[in-house]
Design a protein. Sequence first.
Length: 356
Amino acid sequence: MTSPQPRSNVAEIPPYVAGKPPTVRPGMTSYKLSSNENPYPPLPGVVEAVQAGVGAMNRYPDMGASALYEALSRKFGVPAGHLSVATGSVGLIYQLVQAFCDPGDEVVFAWRSFEAYPIAVTAAAATGVKVPVLADGRHDLDAMAAAVTDRTKVVLVCTPNNPTGPAVTQAELDAFLARVPSDVLVVVDEAYVEFVRMPDAVDGIATYRRHENVVVTRTFSKAYGLAGFRVGYAVAPAPIAAALRAVSLPFGVSTVAQAAAIASLERQDELFERVDALVTERTRVVTGLREAGWHVPEAQGNFVWFDLGERTLDFAAAADEAGIVVRPFAGEGCRVSIGETEANDRLLAVAAAFPR
Ligand SMILES: Cc1ncc(COP(=O)(O)O)c(C=O)c1O
């Protein structure tokens, strides 16, 4: 008897390895530094906005997410028709690959980068073309441009790069865009944009305004601290935004998620106070690690990368012993989120005691 079979690509989809929750250790507070989450509670007014939405759970959400589009449109000075919201920016990555790739079409991205990229690409039966990052964790944009062929439909640029940390500069992005054919979609994944502090930082919104083939994806999961509510948005020329909306899951972004995102957008001052505090902590951690002899790459997101090779799992185990759970990539390295001050202190202590 034969049974229903998924498409052959489904068996090839790599699993998504989510950051582990912290190990419970009696008498010790444990910290989760494995998913690049925000250690702060929701911004003021967000819980109240969500509570107001909870009472309406018997109704579908506003499918047009009109109030959220209006708020984003006002914030960025872009027409609502240039926006598309989804269940996290990971949802947008899936939708972009689905909307722009036929089976076998190529999607170029850096590696190692965000682990959902090969998953989204394989799920769409497209072909991933992985271009190794440079030794310092930066995108090799020259090699990525050279990897574009006439089968390439999409290029994913992750800036800052998860998990290695560095961001590309505007000059690098401009030079790259000048080399990429105009019919290739370039996705600038700015999930961590609010944490970037560097000269010549990419201005994704200005870049999309200058290019018909550029889409910027962002999220409320990181700086805004709404990871559990799943809201991301894309800013793109109207035809790309329309394609995204066409393939989107109807009613994907819940009523409470829309309410939380809108309320968060109204609290930019408090948002940046928190982001600045996390950036200060990031600087403290990176400085401390370098003083202790670690060669950590530039960290422009809310996380830091340890290039550990074969010692990766040993480092993760040492961190776990100290009550912090990190995200190991076996054989490569560990990504550690910037968290509570105490958690960051423990990371510095673990790293100081671990052989370089
Ligand atoms: C680079 C990058 N892009 C996108 C995402 C997706 O975030 P979300 O789906 O929560 O918006 C993440 C999450 O870790 C990420 O690291």
